[in-house]
Design a protein. Structure first.
Length: 92
């Protein structure tokens, strides 16, 4: 009984943490930009389903289940690729 409740809590918290994130990126101009941003976001090991859109000037990702990626970490990863960021939008 207690174990069931424990497992259910873990399941629910993972569900809650698998947030979708959109990050506005400033200064992308080509496919190389997209590649380097994707690479740095992948390196955080906290981002899943990463897709960077040159057209929309945004990086889309989902948090890896059970892991939380902060705005600071997102901005740092994209900065490492050489780009600034604007708005960060999170959706559950
Ligand atoms: Cu480029």
């Amino acid at each position: 009984m207690r174990i069931t409740f424990y497992l259910l809590s873990i399941f629910l918290s993972f569900q809650a943490l698998a947030a979708k994130v959109e990050v506005e990126v400033i200064g992308m101009t080509c496919g190389m930009c997209v590649e380097s941003i994707t690479k740095e976001l992948t390196a955080t090991e906290k981002a899943d389903k990463i897709s960077v859109s040159l057209e929309n000037k945004k990086a889309y990702l989902e948090e890896v289940k059970g892991k939380k990626i902060s705005d600071t970490e997102l901005r740092a990863a994209i900065k490492k690729a050489g780009y600034d960021t604007a708005k960060i939008i999170r959706k559950q």
